[in-house]
Design a protein around this ligand. Structure first.
Ligand SMILES: [Zn+2]
Length: 107
C-alpha cells in the first residue's frame, strides 16, 4: 500500500470519527481496527456498486492481503449483509441504527 493512500484513509477516518463524536457525544470505535471488525466485504459489493461508503465517503481499508487488498470491515455478519443493501460503513450503520448500546455492552 502506498503511504499517501494510507494517510488519506487515516485523515478521512479521523474526520468521520470526529463528526460522529460531535453528533453523538461519544467517539465510534476505530473502523480500521481489524480485530474489532473481523468481517469484511470487498468495496463495491453492494446493490449500488459504491466503492466508498454511501453516506460518509470513507474509502475501504487496505488489508495488506493479496487475496482481498481492500475491504470494508464490519463487526458481524449482520453488518456485512447491511453493507450489501445500503453500502454504508460500520460507523455510519452504527450512527443510523443507534448502536451505542451494543458498543457499550461489547466492552
Ligand atoms: Zn460511512
Amino acid at each position: 500500500m502506498t503511504n499517501s493512500l494510507k494517510e488519506f484513509q487515516m485523515t478521512a477516518s479521523k474526520l468521520a470519527r470526529e463528526a460522529h463524536a460531535q453528533e453523538r457525544g461519544v467517539p465510534p470505535p476505530d473502523p480500521y481496527d481489524e480485530k474489532k471488525f473481523p468481517f469484511g466485504r470487498p468495496p463495491g459489493d453492494n446493490k449500488f456498486g459504491f466503492k466508498v461508503c454511501a453516506t460518509c465517503g470513507k474509502p475501504p481499508t487496505e488489508t495488506g492481503r493479496n487475496d482481498i487488498p481492500k475491504a470494508f470491515l464490519f463487526r458481524n455478519e449482520l453488518s456485512v449483509i447491511e453493507y450489501g443493501i445500503s453500502g454504508m460503513c460500520q460507523v455510519c450503520q452504527d450512527s443510523v441504527f443507534n448502536c451505542e448500546k451494543v458498543e457499550k455492552e461489547s466492552k
